[in-house]
Design a binder for this molecule. Sequence first.
Ligand code: ARG
Length: 463
Amino acid sequence: MKETWSDRFDEGLHPAIERFNASIGFDINLLNEDLDGSIAHARMLGECGVISVDEAIQIEQALEQIRLDFFSGDFKPDLSDEDIHFAVERSLIERLGPLGKKLHTGRSRNDQVGTDLRLWLRKRIDEIDNRLIAFQKVLFLKAEHNLYTLIPGYTHLQRAQPLSLAHHLLAYIEMIERDRLRLNDVRKRVNICPLGSAALAGTSVPIDRENTAKSLGFEMIYSNSLDAVSDRDFAVEFTAAASLIMVHLSRLSEEVILWASEEFSFVRLTDRCATGSSLMPQKKNPDVPELVRGKSGRVFGHLQALLTVMKGLPLAYNKDFQEDKEAIFDVVSTTQNCLEAMTILMDEGLEFCTERLAETVERDFSNATDVADYLVNKGVPFREAYQLVGRVVKRCINEGILLRELTHSQWLEFSPKFEPDLFERLAPKTVVASRNSFGGTAFLRVSDQLALWKKRFSADLTM
Ligand code: ARG
């Protein structure tokens, strides 16, 4: 005869509904956190005199044994357990008999699952933060080696002005820094304890919520029991923060894919991270950045899913909440895997083709602004200089030559203010060096930024 929920029920669940209802297939991930939460709860019950200290110790020991038994394969939750919380409680009762039945005093699965999820996510946030730092360090080392490597800078994906490659890479370090700050902020709201809010209204059992929160390392406790068991804002916020991480990884991926194309040839993919084609023997494909770019979609999808799950739910707990777990688990593993892959890609998956980059920045009109600035420096109003340089560029394009290929006397046809020192101003290195406003790409500015980042990373650059 199948077990029923309580004596209120006469029959067991339909087997298909049992499968449909169960979350054990994925919330098994929360085993350690569920045990930690239960241990904290049992100790607190002991300290508050709700159960005896000896009973609390026995419960704690049995829970620790369940942890060991799971890893040795002796504790095997199954579908009939429904979820991780019931699985642990069932096993505890099997081990301790009536004493095991005391653990659930003064709590509910509603505050329990919220506690577990927050404990789990808090750890994952710290892991992701470490991965973000590792990624920044790899970008930093590349930047440091490439202060004087020039790369075309684009707007509208049209050549705009040349850049120090270090400046380009530092832009990503800045983005990742914002990701770190955002995660750190989300962590504060993950780190609030709902335990002891019970089903929705609190409990008449004389528990001590501060006690469990403190032993689980939470910063504070929820002040409102209804809010405590209904809140998944932290999951949405986390997924939003992860989505921005994925946006940043995806944008860098897109650049690497472009750079690796024959047309750009700004980077060579090493064999470590590139793949071949099953048909075309000449090919080397950038699968890693393509996959990262592609996987961003699932993280954004989970953000939409979580918002949609939450938006119509009346207070307090609704079973819809069970849908949060697979989303969060996938967001975490996708983000972690993508960060790891991108870190490896930037570390050993590509080499910048510095000669090709140097040639590339020589062969365009990305120094046109500098001619205008040259005239501005000689008292010509900017808009006038801009128009004049437009005419020069047009003539060069018609003649199929570059700005620096015009002779001095040809320049003089446009303005008497052009002197021979103009040619030096047109060299890509001078062009880059001249953009020395704060935050600009001038080598001196970029090297200041590198020094600042080096200081921040100084703890361990070798990783
Ligand atoms: N498996 C459930 C979940 O993931 C645990 C909480 C169940 N609570 C309840 N009242 N049915 O949300």
